[in-house]
Design a binder for this molecule. Structure first.
Ligand code: MEV
Length: 330
């Protein structure tokens, strides 16, 4: 969702002469990967759901002098931002260039309640919000493909070889199926309530992705079997979503967690949270995102049991929990 002050949007791929507006904002949401993380880097499918409780808002104002960033992590010239904000700086620079304003200065303010480095899409969501705000501030309507490519440029700074799943998921606002670089909607027969719990341990997506690559180089047969298994679990999950079979979906999540552990992206803290969710009647639970820290995702029976599971996860040491319901599409 993007908003800007009054000027009409330009057609896509027509940067021409930028017409700056006074100020504009862009938004994006967090995401959780239901199944398929890591395997998606090797062209297996993935399923992601939006986390609408987690939101990023970027506000952009045209300015003079050096571009400035205001954020919880850093306040100062964008050019001097710390390395961990490299993806944000790239998103701003790439978006300015794309709208024909490469030499313009901006004042960029970012507000976010997404925890960084927790596998819920913070880097992609910030990039998406920045790209949308810059485009709106210069009166340019980017089409979905252009927006995606700009977010991917930022994601390459964060993760080197991102599959593109996160860049789509943070803009989708609905569950998505991602395969061969393309997204499609997902049929959901009955509402599903998920709890996401932050382990409090920073996830290391870049290292986790590199670890899977090293494992594949060392053991191509075993690793390919695990990636294939994750691909099959994801395909089965789509069928269970369409049939409204939460119990079977939970079993697949448990199996997904085990396969990701074997892939080398697990963490004892995540195992403990997953076990806690299952012990409190969750249909299933797994790590979500890059792993080696970050968050778990638990599928609960209903709203009441979601509250129990969330409480149990916090009592077990989770730094934060969020509950989200994926509504039925039919
Ligand atoms: C990270 O949220 C998801 C991974 O599959 C990496 C990617 O898809 O680029 C681990």
């Amino acid at each position: 969702m993007t908003s800007s002050s009054a000027r009409p949007a330009r057609p896509s791929d027509a940067p021409a002469t930028p017409t700056p507006t006074a100020a504009a904002s862009g938004r994006a949401s967090g995401k959780a990967i239901l199944l398929g993380e890591h395997a998606v880097v090797y062209r297996r499918p993935a399923l992601a759901i939006p986390l609408s409780a987690l939101q990023v808002r970027a506000d952009v104002q045209r300015s003079t002098g050096p571009s400035i960033l205001h954020s919880a992590l850093y306040d100062g010239p964008l050019a001097a931002a710390p390395a961990r904000l490299g993806p944000t700086a790239m998103a701003a620079a790439a978006a300015l260039e794309a709208v024909g304003a490469g030499h313009e200065s901006i004042e960029l303010r970012i507000e976010s309640n997404l925890p960084a480095e927790r596998g819920v899409g913070s880097s992609a969501a910030v990039a998406a919000a920045v790209v949308r705000a810059v485009a709106a501030a210069f009166g340019v309507a980017l089409d979905a493909a252009a927006e995606h490519e700009l977010i991917q440029r930022a994601e390459r700074v964060a993760h080197v070889s991102p599959s593109g799943l996160d860049a789509h998921a943070v803009r989708a606002g609905a569950p998505i199926w991602f395969e061969d670089g393309a997204v499609s909607p997902v049929a959901v027969a009955a509402p599903l309530t998920f709890v996401i719990a932050d382990s409090g341990v920073a996830g290391r997506t870049r290292e986790a992705v590199a670890g899977v690559r090293a494992r594949r180089d060392a053991d191509p047969t075993g690793t390919t079997a695990l990636l294939d298994e994750l691909g099959e679990l994801t395909r089965d999950a789509r069928r269970h979503l369409a049939a409204g079979d939460a119990r079977s979906l939970g079993v697949l999540m448990d199996r997904g967690h085990a396969a990701l552990d074997l892939l080398g992206v697990g963490d004892p803290v995540l195992d403990e949270l997953v076990a806690t969710a299952r012990a409190h009647s969750a249909w299933g639970a797994k790590l979500t995102g890059g792993g080696r820290g970050g968050c778990i995702l638990a599928l609960t029976r209903d709203h009441d049991s979601a509250a129990d599971v969330a409480g149990a996860l916090r009592a077990a040491g989770a730094a934060a929990t969020w509950t989200t319901t994926v509504e039925a599409t039919t």
